[in-house]
Design a protein around this ligand. Structure first.
Ligand code: SAH
Ligand code: SF4
Ligand code: F3S
Length: 454
């Protein structure tokens, strides 16, 4: 009987990608990956540290596992990812039933760690490590049966920006980009396996290939644009996205390349964080609201149907009513189709956590609610404007609420729900005429089903 492993993932897409790599690595060694934590011999928690809530959730969950371990003493419990890197051995003290912590730089050491624990049954922690992971993970394991039509590709890792609130550079280390040829080879392999849509991942993805230089490059330079150009040529792939780009790396070259390449999606996640120049400066975000708008306008000019989503932090230390109004104003001006609004969460070791003018909880909560309400109203209007249009939709399968209806996404990242016909398949592009819309979803009728891609 193969040893069964259950992996729970918290945090961002990079962590999801790391989980795929962990699963692929273990599957190759004969382990079996299971979906039921109660059936597992090994539990792995791939954790996030970006806000206190993320850490609290994982620690709570791992705490509950104590009971399971009492019933099954052979159970091995491991903590990996950003919180493992951040809190390190303290986790092993606070959660004595946990067997190991492995930080972000030592992911690839998991198989030998498991073997050691099985032999010696003692707590282990592997935390340091700089570039080691990046080069040794170049093989970019996946599950052998992970055939799907969407895939993540980690093209760069780490972050050199050091926004004053953010733990990511502290737990993910410095920027390191893969070679273009290496990424293209991986994308070709995925396309040959039936993948239609790839999402390029990096904590600071638009700085791909810049060798860690934090200054935005000249307007005619963008290694990410060069990568997109190569990926656009791959047969079988029909959509290319990337996340998360720091605004000031949108050079003219990147913008014009995106506009010229038919497979690059017209949807950008462009983290704003705040609309106030004073707060942006305190956050060490190296752009102004004006510069951000200039980039948005250039992108709109190159791709008139482009949609934007963003990240916003409310209640950063010292955020006044006036600063908050500036954020509301920016949300209105840009007209986002989606926004992730976060209440500022102090992270130990970051400069913002030591600022003396922390915002009280009620104010954060109130500002959060205001932005969520306004976002809902804006997206309802945007989506109503789509009624009557014909949208190209990449089919994802039966919708969550009603399996007679299927759902998929437009290139502009809107969710479309429609009734399939007997030929409709996951991973194909179909045309849907929009007849109804809410703030979250477009509803429509299938118009033409194109033959599946070969
Ligand atoms: N690399 C990404 C961000 C990763 S973190 C980028 O720069 O775009 C995702 C989001 O979490 C950030 O954009 C920010 O809005 C939010 N965030 C980061 N640190 C935070 C903190 N201490 N409190 C609240 N939100 C935070
Ligand atoms: Fe964090 Fe800023 Fe880097 Fe994004 S760019 S990961 S917010 S430090
Ligand atoms: Fe969280 Fe680490 Fe991602 S802190 S957001 S899992 S890079």
């Amino acid at each position: 009987m193969p040893v069964k492993v259950f992996i729970k993932t918290y945090g961002c897409q990079m962590n999801e990608r790391d989980t795929e790599a962990i699963a692929g690595m273990l599957a190759r060694q004969g382990y079996s990956i299971v979906n039921d934590e109660n059936a597992a011999d090994i539990l792995i928690f791939n954790t996030c540290s970006v806000r206190e809530q993320a850490e609290r959730k994982a620690i709570g969950k791992i705490g509950i596992m104590k009971k399971l371990k009492k019933q099954k003493p052979h159970l091995i419990i491991g903590i990996m990812g950003c919180m493992a890197q951040n809190l390190g051995e303290k986790l092993l003290q606070d959660l004595p039933h946990a067997d190991f912590v492995i930080g972000t730089g030592r992911l690839h050491k998991l198989p030998e760690t498991l073997a050691l624990i099985r032999d010696e049954r003692r707590q282990l922690s592997l935390l340091t490590g700089g570039k080691e992971i990046l080069t040794s993970m170049d093989t970019h394991y996946r599950m052998a049966n992970a055939k799907d039509y969407q895939a993540y590709i980690a093209v760069m890792r780490g972050c050199n920006r050091f926004c004053s609130y953010c733990i990511v550079p502290h737990v993910r280390g410095r920027e390191f980009s893969r070679e273009i040829g290496d990424v293209v080879a991986e994308a070709k392999g995925l396309a040959a396996d039936g993948v239609r849509e790839i999402m390029l991942l990096g904590q600071n993805v638009a700085a791909f290939g810049l060798g860690g230089d934090t200054n935005p490059p000249p307007e005619d330079c963008s290694p990410l644009a060069d990568l997109l150009f190569e990926l656009n040529k791959i047969d079988g792939l029909c959509r290319i996205r990337f996340v998360s780009p720091y605004p000031s790396y949108f050079t003219d070259k990147l913008i014009s390349t995106m506009g010229a390449l038919e497979k690059v999606c017209h949807n950008i996640h462009l983290p704003l964080q705040s609309g106030s120049d004073r707060i942006l400066k305190k956050m060490n975000r190296q752009y102004t609201a004006g510069k951000y708008l200039e980039i948005v306008n250039k992108l709109r000019k190159a791709m008139p149907d482009i949609t934007f989503s963003t990240d916003i932090i409310v209640g950063f230390p010292g955020e006044t009513d006036e600063d908050f109004e500036a954020t509301r104003e920016m949300m209105k001006k840009v007209g986002y189709d989606n926004a992730f609004i976060f209440k500022y969460s102090p992270r130990r070791g970051t400069p913002a956590a030591a600022m003396s003018d922390q915002t009280v909880r009620d104010v954060k909560e109130e500002r959060n609610q205001i932005l969520l309400r306004e976002l809902h109203d804006y997206t309802a209007v945007h989506n109503k404007n789509c009624i009557g249009s014909i949208q190209e939709v990449l089919v994802e399968g039966p919708s969550r609420r009603n399996d007679k209806r299927w759902s998929g996404k437009t290139g502009t990242f809107k969710v479309v729900v429609f009734e399939p016909d007997k030929n409709t398949q996951r991973g194909e592009l179909v045309k849907v005429r929009i007849i109804r819309a809410t703030s979250a979803t477009l509803f429509g009728k299938l118009v033409v089903t194109e033959p599946p891609f070969k």
